[in-house]
Design a protein around this ligand. Sequence first.
Ligand code: SAH
Length: 221
Amino acid sequence: MDSPVAVATPQFTGARRRLVEELRLKGIADASVLKAFELTARHAFVPSGVRHRAYEDAALLIGSGQTISQPFVHARSLELLKLTGAERVLEIGTGSGYQTVLLSHLVQRVYSVERIAALHERAAEAVKAAGASNVDLTCSDGTAGWPEHAPYDAILVSAGAPEIPQPLLDQLSEGGRLITPVGDREMQRLVLVTRHGARFDRQTFDPVRFVPLVGEHGWDA
Ligand code: SAH
């Protein structure tokens, strides 16, 4: 992949507005989520070979066998978290760093974990180029969470697991919300968990297709 591009490339402004409109038509109603999409240059997070497709509502390959998710799936997950702007959020699966930057517009602080070093390094450059200053990134197995900064008001998992890793539930604050794909390696459903003391309420939403969450409390590599 080549180096990150300048974020404010005017040629993509129209395409980005059209993507925001498409998300709205598909049912995304949260104005702050839509605003985050308007502010974030997705073309700066994808390989140059697919940059012309950056504002399609589609998942794209980002290298190391991984994908940047479909914008609608990011939007849906972010909307379900009902963020207020005050949260400290943990993201598992930094990938391209695109959703990390979407989150940076929506919360107080973002902590994001990626297990593949090449993607972590690439995302660190792209996040910096985007000017996001409320983001901390690390390269490790995110199925163990990031205990040093716990608890988190929200946790967003960007890869699918057969069950929700216990360390992530443990790192959720009182009233905190976690969204994650749960299912088999091919298909999952978005599951939203809300913590009430020792109780974890679960709601199940849309069918989705994410790459596997690989690690101690996820799938084997
Ligand atoms: N939100 C990202 C999605 C990337 S795909 C984006 O839009 O770009 C999911 C990512 O999760 C991949 O980069 C994959 O390497 C990573 N991943 C899988 N298992 C992981 C784990 N145990 N810890 C941290 N990251 C993991």
